[in-house]
Design a protein around this ligand. Structure first.
Ligand code: NAD
Ligand code: TDX
Length: 339
């Protein structure tokens, strides 16, 4: 099969490229990525050495580029990871989120309609469901939970999901959607909570926790997300939405303290800063559907996964130090100074 992976130079997309090359060496993977600040071609170094992998630099919202690629490659499956993915950046500047996340999705689906695919798969997020209250630990997001977004990021992802379902119903496009909880693991860009805290703790720098650090996220090791998407694109039903999560809920403060403990650093590095506007309180996924229908289960617990992740950052310092030395410095200054 010929599979298009968009956003494959980013965190989850790159992990998915490696997952597919390892588990399905008979397939061919083409990665289309704009290489924004979050895309890193270095991450794909090993993939680029393989004959069944091709990298194309391009924007999913650029019709000419996308249509030319589809005509050339005759894809069987499209997996759309490409997105602006950082909530804080969407608060700062929503425009690019609408362009990439909504228009980009439309452009890919228009090409999929024109040239034909067996499946268009949209990688979505649990953030489309909004948040849950802290005092109701019995509540979880199911696929039937109404869409109720908080940030420009989640609104753009929810808009894309609605468009995907509209293309299925109106045009008969064979689609699927997965909505996953927070991922962590190798190649995670250091603006997100876990890699930001690891890299700053290693440098004995302050660790900016938003608000009181009580917000809860449901953490999934990235390889478990990849195995779920792999199952859905090969065995999932057309027109279906699958939630992905592993019942690994932690408060942000618990996460940060766990990282400090693994690194042997002091909790005095923690600094409480002004909260994120519109900050979602709790995300928690009910993964019963994907388990019952496709037999998916996560393999990595949070305690194992966080140790593996910290070790990966210790072993791969050049990868994240390169990022920290670039434009990232301006970002950190802009986002956190005076906060
Ligand atoms: P990321 O920000 O690390 O990577 C995004 C990638 O997309 C980068 O390589 C970037 O260069 C590329 N890209 C951005 N705009 C593009 C465009 N217009 N055209 C082509 N490529 C473009 O993101 P991530 O964390 O790997 O997330 C991947 C997907 O998974 C996103 O759709 C996100 O919404 C979703 N998701 C992420 C998480 C998470 O915890 N990170 C959880 C659930 C869902
Ligand atoms: O410096 C920080 N301090 C802090 O307290 C940062 C960067 C984050 N936080 C908090 C905010 C969140 O409650 O940590 C939590 C996690 O934050 P992020 O890593 O920014 O992730 P989140 O906003 O939960 O969104 C992530 O999961 C869902 C991904 O970035 C999204 O792409 C995905 O859809």
């Amino acid at each position: 099969m010929n599979i298009l992976v968009t956003g494959g130079a980013g965190f989850i997309g790159a992990n998915f490229v490696y997952y597919e090359l390892k588990n399905h060496p008979e397939d061919r993977i083409v990665c289309l990525d704009k290489l924004t600040y979050a895309g890193n071609l270095q991450t794909l170094d090993e993939a680029l050495k393989q004959d069944n992998f091709r990298f194309v630099k391009g924007d999913i919202a650029d019709r000419e580029c996308v249509f030319k690629l589809f005509e050339e490659e005759k894809f069987d499956i499209v997996v759309n990871f490409a997105a602006e993915s950082h909530v804080d950046r969407s608060v700062e500047d929503p425009g690019i989120f609408l362009k990439t996340n909504i228009i980009g999705t439309q452009t890919l689906m228009d090409a999929a309609r024109k040239f034909g695919v067996r499946r268009y798969h949209q990688v979505s997020t649990d953030e489309v469901y909004g948040d849950l209250p802290l005092d109701r630990p019995d509540l979880f997001f199911t696929e039937e939970t109404p869409i109720h977004t908080s940030s420009p990021y989640s609104a753009s992802k929810a808009s894309a999901d609605l468009l995907v379902m509209a293309y299925a119903r109106t045009f008969g496009l064979p689609v699927s959607i997965t909505r996953c909880s927070n991922n962590y693991g190798p190649y995670h860009f250091p603006e997100k909570l876990i890699p930001l805290m690891i890299s700053r703790a290693l440098a004995d720098e302050s660790l900016p926790v938003y608000g009181k650090g009580e917000n809860v996220r449901d953490w999934l090791y990235v390889e478990d997300h990849c195995s779920a998407i792999d199952l859905v694109i090969r065995k999932g039903k057309d027109g279906e939405i699958y939630n992905i999560g592993g019942h690994n809920e932690r408060t942000n403060l618990q996460v940060v303290k766990t990282i400090l403990k693994i690194l042997g650093k002091d909790e005095s590095l923690i600094t409480y800063v002004t909260d994120r506007p519109g900050h979602d309180m709790r995300y928690a996924i009910d993964p019963t559907k994907i388990h019952n229908e496709l037999g998916w289960l996560p393999e990595t617990t949070f305690d194992e996964g966080i140790k593996k992740t910290v070790q990966w950052y210790l072993d791969n310092e050049p990868w994240w130090k390169n990022i920290l030395e670039g434009d990232y410095q301006n970002y950190f200054e802009r986002m956190y100074s005076g906060r």
